[in-house]
Design a protein around this ligand. Structure first.
Ligand SMILES: NC(=O)c1ccc[n+]([C@@H]2O[C@H](COP(=O)([O-])OP(=O)(O)OC[C@H]3O[C@@H](n4cnc5c(N)ncnc54)[C@H](OP(=O)(O)O)[C@@H]3O)[C@@H](O)[C@H]2O)c1
Length: 355
């Protein structure tokens, strides 16, 4: 049974300024039955209706101090992510961040019910080369380290004999609005299109042929937020992981010309450009666009992560997960992915984030 605190549940969401966490706190706030506290080191760079706590999860004493007053947290949603070049170090750092927080929350809140982890399809080695598709939750692990394994192993071990339980979701590419932590392909494509257009260029697909034609999946950050809350509150989901996608697949070959059309641009050919090298020197073009179109004042690197885009566009194999398990457990939300991309990009234009 879930614990109600003053008639509400209380969620502690880490990574609250990232693309996943930001959309999760917004979703929880709209539901009305949750009190929401969001955690990140830096404050949100847009106005928010939830309470922000600045805590460094890598610092155990900071976690303990930050949690002292949080005596009524019922649910932890862990969506923080600390990337490192060395993947073994990344695994250790991200596991320790989780452990620091869990220890502190357990000490502070006797009403803790659930810890939810947001992981992803890197669980299946989706970034390493062709792998068995559709990937299923019980597929064998990969040799290459990912912090997802370390975090889940930690939480499984820690949960033994406790009154709280856990769940996790494994999304593919997550699409939604975020700034400041631009692990976000939609805002990155938006800036790339705007700069290409300003330079009088067609919208070239900046990946390889295999990437252009392979089969991919994505998930809308709002849909993922609903799935996380479902998994964290549905008793049948206790102590389990679920693949969560929009429910369909897409190919860039079909979607890319529609993105070009949205920006009133000619769709260019396929050219593996290496955006991490080519785009940062174009920052003055972006700054001029912000001035000319009276856009919201976001620096280019607050909206776009070129290394992340290069990684996504360098893959040349299918990346498809089975969502049968989530559907059989009762989560049925679905969305057309091409429409999602186009609507999110149009929304960024409407909100004057991009021209
Ligand atoms: N984005 C995607 O397309 C995608 C796809 C599949 C899976 N996922 C998974 O979803 C989860 C969330 O990813 P995301 O893309 O939302 O991340 P993100 O946009 O990179 O944001 C990372 C968040 O973690 C916080 N953070 C990092 N280090 C911290 C620390 N030491 N203490 C406190 N907070 C810290 C950051 O805030 P500060 O820097 O201000 O502290 C930020 O709020 C991760 O497990 C990721 O692997 C993401």
């Amino acid at each position: 049974m879930m614990n109600r605190v003053g008639g509400r549940y209380k969620a502690l969401v880490t990574g609250a300024t990232g693309v996943v966490g930001r959309n999760l706190v917004e979703h929880l706030c709209t539901r009305g039955d949750w009190e929401v506290v969001g955690v990140s080191r830096r404050p949100p760079d847009v106005p928010v209706t939830w309470r922000h706590l600045a805590i460094d999860l890598g610092d155990e004493s900071d976690c303990r101090a930050g949690m002292t007053a949080q005596t009524d947290v019922t649910h932890v949603f862990f969506a923080a992510r600390a990337p490192r070049v060395d993947l073994f170090e990344e695994a250790r750092v991200n596991r320790d961040m989780l452990a620091n927080l869990v220890g502190a929350v357990e000490s502070a809140s006797p009403v803790l019910e659930h810890i939810h982890l947001v992981h992803g399809t890197k669980w299946y080695g989706c970034q390493m080369g062709p792998f068995p598709t559709p990937s299923r939750e019980d597929d064998p692990r990969q040799l290459r380290p990912t912090f997802y394994y370390d975090q889940q192993d930690y939480i499984v071990e820690r949960q033994r004999g406790k009154r709280w339980n856990w769940s996790s979701v494994r999304p593919p590419l997550v699409c939604g609005f975020s700034t400041g932590n631009p692990h976000n392909l939609v805002t990155t494509i938006g800036v790339y299109a705007a700069v290409s257009k300003a330079l009088g260029m067609p919208l070239r697909f900046p990946g390889n042929e295999g990437c252009f034609t392979s089969l991919y999946q994505a998930v809308d950050a709002g849909l993922l937020a609903r799935a996380s809350v479902w998994a964290a509150t549905e008793p049948d989901c206790a102590n389990q992981a679920f693949n969560i996608t929009n429910g369909d697949c897409y190919r860039w070959a079909s979607l890319w010309p529609r993105i070009a059309e949205l920006f009133e641009m000619e769709a260019g050919g396929v050219q593996e450009l290496g955006l991490a090298e080519l785009m940062p020197p174009r920052e003055p073009v972006w700054d001029e666009l912000v001035e000319r179109h009276d856009l919201k004042r976001h620096a280019m690197d607050a909206l776009a992560s070129w290394p992340f885009a290069d990684l996504i566009f360098s893959l040349w194999w299918d990346d498809v997960s089975s969502t049968v398990k989530a559907r059989n457990h009762g989560f049925h939300a679905a969305m057309d992915t091409e429409s999602m991309f186009l609507e999110q990009l149009a929304g960024l234009r409407r909100d004057r984030v991009i021209p």
